[in-house]
Design a protein around this ligand. Structure first.
Ligand SMILES: Nc1nc2c(ncn2[C@@H]2O[C@H](COP(=O)(O)OP(=O)(O)OP(=O)(O)O)[C@@H](O)[C@H]2O)c(=O)[nH]1
Ligand SMILES: [Mg+2]
Length: 318
């Protein structure tokens, strides 16, 4: 069989029912593998897929001669992700997906200015939301104006690449097979070419995974920032992460839903510590970030996969 699954991009096969790309012999004229069929129809995805390596994906893209749209959502913006973006040596656009989850008080233009200055990004940066149909037309116009008729859509797993492609199929009222989407990481398993019209072909791709606390916590609702006034030596617990503050400071949490947050009023002593400057963000990968107003030292426990940056709401870049 030499057919590709329209949902995940893998080669279809009828030999091994326990392997990916499987399609029963009597269904061999179907367009989707059994896994995609189950995700689409029953929301099921039990297979723990081995992700396609980030390096391999980047290599394939860098060896090709096409435009690249790189997706990440607002909470996943960090230096590690920007480094992956920068390793793409093609004409590219940074597209911040799921604008509908960004708190209303956050101004698009200010964030774009910050990202360009702080992470030294020269490419264009735009926001979209496939769910709310926000600036999808503007994206199409952008590609049209720049005479781009072939583009990859790459980015973090769960950033909404496949959802964007399905949205483009929908708004163009095309009778094409949809690609598979789900809130489980690594839904798309290989490149999938989707020809929208004679002027535009887009290529879906497997998402990148980085070391994070969670890569399956998909934010459904708009992020609700929560502010805590931490007094000297008080501790904040976020799931299993403990943060003990050396000074009085206000902290505002921009985190995915369903985390367990607790404040302890007494001092808890931990061995590891980090120094925080005035108005910084502590990024906890897979959870989001915490804006810390005052210079302090944080003693911590179980804090992995983190970065510190000058706050994304900093005044310096206004
Ligand atoms: N709130 C919100 N959720 C979205 C949006 N776009 C996609 N999602 C959700 O994000 C999750 C991941 O979407 P996918 O389109 O499968 O993500 P992907 O980038 O293709 O993921 P991989 O194939 O695993 O790399 C799904 O639960 C989508 O419903 C959006 O604009 N807003
Ligand atoms: Mg996908």
């Amino acid at each position: 069989m030499n057919k590709i699954c329209y949902g995940c991009g893998l080669k279809l096969q009828s030999e091994f029912s326990d392997k990916l790309g499987f399609i029963p012999q009597n269904k061999s004229d179907a367009s989707y593998c059994q896994r995609c069929f189950k995700i689409i129809n029953y929301g099921e995805n039990k297979i723990n897929n081995v992700p396609k390596e980030t390096k391999k994906i980047i290599k394939e893209i860098n060896n090709d001669d096409k435009f690249v749209i790189f997706l990440t959502d607002f909470l996943s913006l960090n230096a590690e992700v920007i480094d992956i973006f920068k390793s793409i040596k093609k004409d590219k656009l940074l597209l911040i997906s799921k604008y509908d989850i960004v708190p209303k008080s956050i101004k698009e233009k200010k964030i774009i200015k910050y990202l360009k200055n702080y992470y030294l990004i020269e490419s264009d940066i735009k926001f979209i939301s496939s769910k709310k149909n926000y600036k999808i037309d503007e994206l199409i116009n952008y590609l049209y104006k720049r005479k781009i008729n072939y583009t990859y859509i790459v980015g973090l797993s769960n950033s909404g690449k496949s959802s964007l492609i399905n949205k483009l199929i929908d708004i163009n009222k095309l009778k094409l097979n949809k690609v598979t989407t789900s809130n489980i990481p690594n839904t798309t398993l290989d490149f999938i070419r989707v020809k929208l019209n004679d002027n535009l072909t887009i290529i879906d791709s497997p998402g990148f995974l980085i070391n994070s606390y969670y890569n399956d916590k998909v934010i459904k609702k708009r992020i609700k920032p929560i502010t805590y006034q931490m007094e000297k030596n008080e501790t904040l617990k976020i799931d299993d992460v403990y943060l003990n503050f050396s000074e009085n400071t206000s902290v505002t949490l921009y985190l995915v839903n369903d985390l367990n947050i607790k404040k302890y009023y007494h001092n808890i002593n931990f061995n590891d510590e980090i120094n925080i400057e005035n108005n910084s963000d502590l990024i906890i990968k897979g959870m989001g970030f915490i804006n810390i107003k005052n210079k302090c030292t944080i003693k911590y426990n179980n804090l992995l996969n983190f970065e510190i940056r000058e706050s994304i709401f900093g005044v310096k870049y206004e």
